[in-house]
Design a protein around this ligand. Structure first.
Ligand SMILES: NC(=O)c1ccc[n+]([C@@H]2O[C@H](COP(=O)([O-])OP(=O)(O)OC[C@H]3O[C@@H](n4cnc5c(N)ncnc54)[C@H](OP(=O)(O)O)[C@@H]3O)[C@@H](O)[C@H]2O)c1
Length: 301
């Protein structure tokens, strides 16, 4: 698995990260999660993506329990976590409405909680999960700058920010933002045309692509785009070494010149292996565009 530096002097991550959003859907034990982390490491995936809100605030705790089973395991990983989304739930009956809060003080409080749940003294990459429309960028930056100065986070970034929101926050940072984690896959291509990836390229920071398989919708037989993509994958099998649609979907993301990190989300070991094998799939230019056409159901303009 290739590795990539997020920004000059910043941390290095694996080209694929393992995402934990759906991790508790199969109700795994701490031992099972621990084994999955070891499998990722064995395959070269050292970057683990999580968030305070995942599993309605339960995933970080479960990850912390799994990490605690193997002393030293945490130090072999880069942990990415996010904060800024607050929803009513059993832990927080006092909340009336789901909301974003990216004020500096709130981010610091959430990060401190993430450190406790994960059982670690630092986060490698801390992301503001969503832009908060009610907070000024200098307030958000103040929290991130304080966490960087205290060594509680090694780098800071954002998720789901527009290029303009990124630029505004970045201008207030003492250490430049390291990434923008956005939804990007064959069924959602906006970042390649809305300026998000162009900005990353200009700043020399790789974006992170979440839901690389469109959350599984790429395989929905009732979805016409998925049907066209399955046919396209079959038609290029001889040139791609028999790569599956799943592998082509990852290769399509990795081929973008902004060098996205694909944040994979499967709960199955064999699918993690298959994802990692996709790194070796070399998509020819015309096949990349053929997948674009199949996904869009039209010729390029
Ligand atoms: N920053 C953000 O706002 C944000 C938002 C969403 C997600 N994320 C991150 O991105 C990560 C990945 O997102 P994701 O889970 O949506 O990724 P994904 O890879 O697009 O989707 C994973 C889902 O697709 C299913 N799947 C995989 N291969 C399949 C196949 N061949 N046929 C049918 N279904 C298949 C998986 O089921 P199995 O488990 O059974 O394989 C799983 O339910 C998350 O864990 C999280 O870390 C970030």
């Amino acid at each position: 698995m290739k590795r990539i530096r997020l920004n000059s002097g910043g941390i290095e991550v694996s080209r694929m990260a393992y995402g934990t959003w759906r991790m508790l859907s199969t109700k795994p034990s701490a031992q099972e999660i621990n084994r999955r982390l070891h499998l990722c490491l064995e395959l070269g995936i050292t970057t683990i993506d999580t968030a305070e809100i995942y599993g309605l605030y339960e995933v970080e705790k479960a990850l912390g329990a799994a990490l605690a089973l193997s002393p030293g395991l945490r130090d072999r990983l880069e942990i990415v976590t996010k904060a800024g989304i607050y929803v009513p739930c059993a832990h927080h009956p006092e909340r009336r409405t789901a909301h974003y809060n990216a004020t500096g003080d709130r981010l610091v409080k959430s990060l401190e909680k993430s450190l406790r749940w994960l059982g670690t003294d630092r986060i490698d990459l801390f992301l503001v999960h969503r832009p908060d429309w009610l907070t000024r960028a200098d307030d958000t930056a103040d929290g991130l700058n304080r966490l960087l100065a205290a060594g509680k986070i090694r780098t800071a970034g954002v998720s789901n920010y527009s290029a303009a929101q990124f630029e505004t926050l970045n201008a207030c940072m003492r250490q430049p933002l390291a990434t923008n984690q956005v939804e990007f896959h064959l069924l959602r291509m906006d970042p390649i045309t809305d300026g998000t990836f162009a900005q990353c390229e200009r700043l020399g920071i790789p974006p992170m692509a979440w839901s690389p398989l469109a959350g599984g919708r790429l395989f929905d037989p009732a979805n016409p785009a998925a049907q066209r993509l399955a046919a396209a994958a079959e038609s290029m099998a001889a040139r791609t070494g028999g790569a599956t649609l799943e592998q082509l979907a990852y290769a399509w993301i990795l081929a973008h010149p902004s060098r996205p990190v694909a944040v994979i989300g499967t709960n199955r070991g064999e699918r993690i292996r298959s994802a990692v094998a996709a790194e070796a799939v070399a998509l020819e230019r015309e096949d990349w565009y053929a997948l674009w056409e199949a996904a869009q159901g039209r010729k390029i303009p």
